[in-house]
Design a protein around this ligand. Sequence first.
Ligand code: SF4
Length: 346
Amino acid sequence: MTTVGITTTVPIEVLMAAGYQTVDLNNVFIGSTERERLVNLAERAGFPQNCCTWIKGIYGVCMEYGIGPVLCVTSGDCSNTIMLMEVLKLKGLDVLPFAYPDQPDVDLMQRALETLAGRLGTTLTRADELRGELGRARRLALEVDELTWRDGVVSGLENHLSLVTASDFGGDYREYERRLEELLAQARTREPYPDDYLRLAYIGVPPVFPSDLYSYIERNSARVVFNEVQRQFAMPNPGSSLAEQYCNYTYPYSIFGRVDDIVAQLRQRRVDGVIHYVQAFCHRGIGDIIFRDSINLPVLTLEGNNDFMLNHHLRTRVEAFIDMLKRRAAATSGASSSGGLGVSPH
Ligand code: SF4
């Protein structure tokens, strides 16, 4: 089976219908033991210092691990991908463009999917059948999510890894299902996290230091019960067709669609505070203005660049944020037990 690299979550059903095994280049990069070397490779090729680490990592993966062709999303993800695509072409790789429509409109999406299917020599009928086949894997991912926020028996990191992998199912959706079934069975035998652990949300693009971040949060008696973009990768609102599914997927469109999803989930999951992760030099960081305006909870904006560990400065900021939330929670419960005159937690 020929592999196709992807630069973000795309309609994987169409790629599978065309006989490709899909590999999310971000997951390969961040899971690699030689991340620094892959980034260096891109810098040596001329990628500027002030270019996002994910883009440089993807370039490094393409060059080093011989993955091709590469499906590059030219609209609905990252403007840097357009130039990355041109550089990959220059280096002799086969690249395919895919553009999400500028708004989540079912007719526009249908046309985008048809164009992609036509280019790959397959049909949307076959892609729709595969959507059915992938349904189970996605349901299992969403079950892991439920056991995270509702039952408190899955860690923030396990949640992150299970959901983020739903972009390509690790290249083998049956194996992915098997691993999630194992995790679910094991999680159901665990004691839940203590009730007094703070409940945090993580919004924004996935971090470059996942293991460190989630474990550090837990060492400070808090845990992540909502991973926003990662959850979207598992298509929580599949709709009734492929076109609807990728219209309900919030990430490629206006940030206000994401805000609606985030606000509803914060309420349902009884979140105490939000970590907004931004990647250095990423245009999406500007969205922090909108999140802070729309989210009625304390927000910590955390920027990562090319350190694949939480550095001292970031650790201090996470710890200070959690301390502030704890004091706030204590003040709120103190006020409500003495007559309810305190500030509203939200
Ligand atoms: S983090 Fe931002 S700049 Fe980097 S690849 Fe993602 S969208 Fe693009």
